[in-house]
Design a protein around this ligand. Sequence first.
Ligand code: AP5
Length: 294
Amino acid sequence: MRLILLGPPGSGKGTQAQRLVQRYGIVQLSTGDMLRAAVAAGTEIGLRAKDIMAAGGLVPDEIVIGIISDRIDQPDAHNGFILDGFPRTVPQAEALDKLLKQKRLELDAVVELRVNESALVQRVETRAAETRARGEEVRADDTAEVLTKRLASYRAQTEPLIEYYSERRKLLTVDGMMAIEEVTAEIQRILAAVGSAEPKAARKPARKAALARTAAKKPAKTAKKTTKSAKKVTKSARKAARKASKTPKKRGKKAAKKVVKKSVRKAARKAPKKSVKKVGKKAAKKVTKKRAKR
Ligand code: AP5
């Protein structure tokens, strides 16, 4: 399953992502967490993002798109992922569409968590207080002042994504004002209703793997067959070419072509048409060249 969680700061994206991860056995890809890790590690990206994040602005599109593209390619994301905090702008959404297309992946749904702005301040303040109580460092952007700026960024740059995904029939809206457990239950209900969700326990890895193996074997078998036939055809064509080269000079080009054609027709009865045609033409050219040289 591939999912996007969309919503303003403090709407519960991170909270719900963690719960869905456990249920569906997929990974949470949070650009906020990745950027905070980069800031903490003092990487080049971290240095570029630090002040922007602390001020409640958005980090440049090319940075987050690069991060997400690399992350989607990691083996743990092959089973599916939840994008938390990405995309955040229309160009990011367009880039994601392109990325998924290139990687031949489908987006299942975009879940929008709708929460009253007045509740967000309270939530972020509570989170900051809880973090402090645990003796951990409080996020630089978890203040009422910066939250106002984050909300302004959300309204101006992220909210247009609601229409973007609604037009593409991917948007599912959930009331994020309910208790955490109720929001989770509602997300699971709507995902099941649209047929996107398949809980981890419901999947049968052994059967799935067996089916995948069978599916993978089929084309390989066909490919093997085709290669075999192609080899046969090549052999016959070579034989034809040899025969043609032995044909007396005066019968020349015409005779050579005739011999090649005859042998190729014989081979064609045993092999796919396309390969025969190609090999036949090639052999004929070879013979013609040889003749021309002489
Ligand atoms: P990011 O880390 O993504 O922050 P955010 O979107 O502002 O969201 P939050 O993490 O604050 O909230 P959340 O919605 O995850 O809610 P949570 O579950 O924590 O981004 C931070 C910054 O990084 C950005 O401002 C930007 O600078 C940069 N950035 C990131 N991605 C970017 C991108 N793609 N492009 C450009 N820049 C990017 O919940 C909050 C609190 O509420 C918790 O305490 C929780 O317990 C509580 N809570 C949750 N649900 C409920 C509920 N139903 N009822 C009561 N309390 C609840």
